[in-house]
Design a protein around this ligand. Structure first.
Ligand SMILES: [Zn+2]
Length: 200
């Protein structure tokens, strides 16, 4: 049994009849998502589930450690930056959300080095997080949690290096928000300049 095909059959039998009109409308009018979410590829941290969103509401890009890279318009394969360009400049989303999380394997790779089998790409990708690791300091108590929060702050700072994001933010057309999701408790916390504030 292929669990994906089983899931698809359930979707067609149970979800599709209820959601048919929504999908048809989205197909006819196109998408106008409210937010672009940068989330981790981690299978436990699905933005659509956490934010209770329906199809058409969230434009999601997922990568290792929910990182926003700095603005580097060169010939590299910038998947996350391409999603940002499309979401912000074409779809004109109202907010960009960085959704980090606890127990993040990507953050562990930043702190302790990537697993030996993941050096072709993960090693250079998590280099983006180097300033966050530095900002979190060396004190062992709670170090990973501090890095997780600093990674969200770093991604928000990197987003502001994209000229059309900075411009949209200063014109009041775009809001940048950072959150951390605790997989163990299911609690979402907003990441401020100093600390974390659980969302009520
Ligand atoms: Zn992660």
């Amino acid at each position: 049994m292929d669990p994906l095909i089983e899931g698809y059959r359930k979707f067609r039998a149970e979800t599709w009849p209820m959601e048919k009109a929504r999908y048809e409308s989205l197909a006819h009018w196109g998408q106008t998502p409210e937010a672009l979410v940068i989330a981790c590829s981690d299978s436990r941290v699905d933005p659509q589930t956490i934010f209770g969103a329906v199809p058409g509401e969230l434009f999601v890009v997922r990568n290792v450690a929910a990182l926003a890279p700095p603005y580097e318009p060169d010939a590299g394969y910038h998947g996350t930056s391409a999603a940002l360009e499309f979401g912000v400049r074409v779809l004109r989303v109202a907010r960009v959300v960085v959704l980090g999380h606890g127990q993040c394997g990507g953050v562990k790779a930043m702190a302790f080095g990537p697993p030996p089998q993941a050096r072709d790409f993960v090693a250079s990708w998590v280099e983006i997080g180097r300033p966050a690791v530095k900002a979190a300091g060396d004190a062992p108590e709670g170090r990973l949690a501090r890095i997780e929060a600093e990674v969200v702050r770093l991604s928000l700072a990197n987003l502001r290096t994209f000229p059309w994001i900075a411009e949209a933010v200063s014109a009041g057309r775009l809001v940048l928000q950072g959150y951390l999701f605790d997989v163990h408790t299911g609690v979402l916390a907003s990441v401020g300049k100093e600390g974390l504030t659980p969302v009520e």
